[in-house]
Design a protein around this ligand. Structure first.
Ligand code: FE
Length: 341
């Protein structure tokens, strides 16, 4: 009898416990490919006891997987390095809205999704880097000017299948319209120093090796090169300077993209997932990103790393970030039409 009462009391207590204690894990599908994330999840696990399971793959692959898994998907969160993919997956009905004031309180409102389907964890600019030996800062001005024939045979950039390039092209379509951007892209292709290949880091290394003079790359890769343990990478980082395009008075500012996170439609561990979003956007979480991946913080209380601060502040293109998804098909058509491989 005593045992029976004990069991009954235990059952009563456990059934009254809040949902958060039901499971102590979260499943993340992530496209992010930086060491900062391992540190981030380890700290969160230590703090909360919630185990973080990460499945890493390309964004398209992860979107397809969520779609195939449907209501049975164990994924709670989807993280990308491009807002366009978040917009796309949101359109496919794969997410639920994030409605948590504590999350919003962490984030500068200019980076928030007006529709509420994704939350930014960092932002980055796609900048122009230039050879310290062969280019003067005064020679650079705008993305538009990269089509100028003074750059013939001097411009390095990766392939058009890359989401960072597609996002940049989408922003240009949103700002300038498809016709102007088509002739821009024709000019840019003529200016290529070589056929597009390799990663953003490889473009910087190519400048250091004298294969070209300017390159279009994401800002944080310069921080990653300069803080690398490999001498070749440090040398590449030191061979270039960072330039933020379109900064003149009245101009729109440099293109930015966000790395963002979304809550899946059927997230089995929703409370834990929201807990992680709160942590990633908190001052502590944002410091881990800025110090290790050299991205910019979306929390106004966190400054960039010193390496990044040295590039100075810059004006950001204020275009609605969802445009980087909405204009994507158009952007890809322009790449194909103008022969940007
Ligand atoms: Fe990247």
């Amino acid at each position: 009898m005593k045992n029976y009462i004990y069991l009954l009391v235990t059952l009563l207590i456990t059934s009254c416990m809040p949902n958060t204690n039901k499971s102590k894990e979260i499943n993340i599908y992530s496209q992010r490919h930086y060491d900062s994330d391992k540190m981030q999840y380890k700290k969160f696990e230590e703090k909360t006891g919630i185990k973080v399971n990460v499945t890493k793959a390309g964004a398209d692959e992860l979107i397809q997987r969520m779609k195939n898994e449907g209501d049975n998907s164990q994924a709670d969160l989807f993280i990308t390095v491009d807002v366009g993919k978040l917009w796309q997956a949101g359109e496919m009905g794969l997410f639920q809205k994030i409605d948590d004031q504590k999350v919003f309180d962490n984030i500068d409102p200019q980076f928030l999704d007006k529709n509420g389907y994704w939350v930014p964890v960092t932002y980055r600019s796609r900048v122009v880097v230039y050879s310290n030996e062969r280019v003067k800062k005064e020679d650079l001005s705008t993305y538009e000017d990269l089509a100028n024939e003074k750059w013939r045979g001097r411009l390095l950039v990766r392939s058009s299948s890359n989401a960072y390039n597609q996002a940049l092209m989408s922003s240009l379509v949103a700002n300038l319209g498809p016709e102007a951007v088509t002739s821009w892209s024709e000019g840019v292709v003529k200016n290529f120093a070589r056929d597009p290949k390799g990663s953003d880091r490889d473009q910087v290394k190519a400048i250091a090796a004298g294969q070209g003079d300017i390159a279009i790359v994401n800002s944080y890769y310069i921080g990653l090169l300069l803080s690398s343990e490999k001498e070749e990478e440090i040398n590449a980082g030191n061979a270039v300077s960072v330039f933020f395009p379109n900064q003149a008075d009245g101009d729109r500012g440099a293109h930015i993209n966000v790395s963002g996170i979304a809550l899946t439609k059927n997230a089995p561990n929703k409370e834990n997932a929201l807990e992680l979003i709160k942590y990633l956007t908190s001052v502590e979480g944002q410091e881990t990103y800025v110090k290790n991946s050299f991205e910019y913080s979306v929390n106004p209380n966190v400054k960039p790393d010193e390496i990044v601060q040295a590039w100075g502040e810059f004006k950001k293109d204020p275009v609605d970030l969802n445009m980087l998804g909405i204009k994507r098909d158009e952007a890809i058509r322009i790449f194909d039409k103008t022969g940007w491989k």
